[in-house]
Design a protein around this ligand. Structure first.
Ligand SMILES: Nc1nc(=O)c2ncn([C@@H]3O[C@@H]4COP(=O)(O)O[C@H]5[C@@H](O)[C@H](n6cnc7c(N)ncnc76)O[C@@H]5COP(=O)(O)O[C@@H]3[C@@H]4O)c2[nH]1
Lengths: 195, 195
């Protein structure tokens, strides 16, 4: 089952590298955020990785592309610097680099808050695969909604069952096809729930 | 079909980033190698990316771990520096880094040659998933040999059908369970075939 396999791959091939401390060079995600907070003088109300799953599977290169440009006073999101990168030798690639992006959410008149967020890249990859029917005819008849819900449900289960990763990651489903929704507000709502 | 999906994901989510020129900042894999050759004063007889698929799916962090340590005069492989990295914004991760490792093959008394090689990381991820039955019970009954052959066959087809990537990548199947085989020699044989 493809969605289930993708969740295992995303967890084992990525989250296990970026969330827990490795007891050696990498201090772990939460501590990485704390160090960023004190160095950059910013506040992360929630010190977890926000993984965004969009309804269309399309993921913009920069999350600011979700901002509602026509609403002046709406909250908005903008990239800051990256958190400290993790470097490790993986499957023959020496010093492969894993890094997460810190984003700032502006919500005048209150002060901005930071969040570590990104889309699940392999869903964006799947999006591109489904769009290119010539090259990938083999995947022509997949049901994308099933894959997304299998992926999201399986990923939540695996994270909850993992002592090293549980509580370090939030999966956020965002309906990017709904013109009423403002991405920055969706994030703020989830932050308020967790805080 | 999981092996087929993995090949599509590996191609669309990785090979399309590292092989072709993007017409902007990235000059393409072959030119990247040529620049490395002139800067480092080394020779790459084959200017393609060697993607290694092992029989066991296990991929060591550094390919030198395949060397036969008990045979003094056997050819051996050692990592050099990485090729120039590719940086792009992908699915909300700003400046995500993709980089390949150059390896040197020593084959006394002839002069060493360089090759850009790595294992298919997602097969190593699958290896780790199959080994952790508690966390990933869902994938408990997969047939690993089927997945590997579907992956390898599909990937070869996709690469051959892609104008941007054909001829830029060699898939090498290596039986790491056979104590007679020396990995460095397997690479040298393939280089000699292609040269
Ligand atoms: N050798 C190698 N070097 C790379 O830089 C690289 N980047 C991707 N891949 C492989 O290509 C395929 C498509 O990648 P995608 O990004 O869609 O999924 C990725 C992505 O969603 C997530 N991930 C892995 N590395 C990162 C990263 N550095 N930043 C964000 N997400 C990442 O976890 C998934 C599985 O990763 P891998 O199991 O390493 O294998 C991938 C995958 O099979 C790579 N392979």
């Amino acid at each position: 089952n493809y969605g289930v396999g993708m969740a295992c791959s995303f967890f084992e091939g990525y989250l296990t590298h970026v969330l827990p401390s490795d007891g050696a060079r990498f201090v772990g995600f939460e501590e990485n955020i704390r160090r960023f907070e004190s160095k950059q003088g910013v506040v992360f109300p929630v010190k977890k990785l926000f993984v965004i799953v969009t309804k269309s599977l399309f993921s913009p290169p920069d999350l600011k592309q979700f901002n509602k440009t026509n609403r002046e006073e709406a909250s908005s999101i903008e990239a800051c610097r990256s958190l400290d990168a993790i470097e490790k030798d993986v499957a023959g690639v020496r010093n492969r680099i894993y890094k997460n992006t810190a984003y700032k959410i502006y919500r005048a008149p209150r002060r901005p808050v930071c969040v570590a967020a990104e889309c699940a890249t392999l869903l964006h990859t799947l999006y591109r695969v489904t769009k290119n029917r010539d090259l990938y005819e083999v995947l022509a008849d997949v049901n994308v909604d099933d894959i997304v819900s299998d992926f999201t449900n399986t990923l939540r289960k695996i994270i909850a069952n993992s002592p090293e990763c549980r509580g370090k990651c939030e999966i956020i489903y965002f309906d990017d096809t709904d013109p009423q929704l403002n991405f920055a507000d969706v994030l703020l709502d989830r932050i308020r729930e967790i805080e």
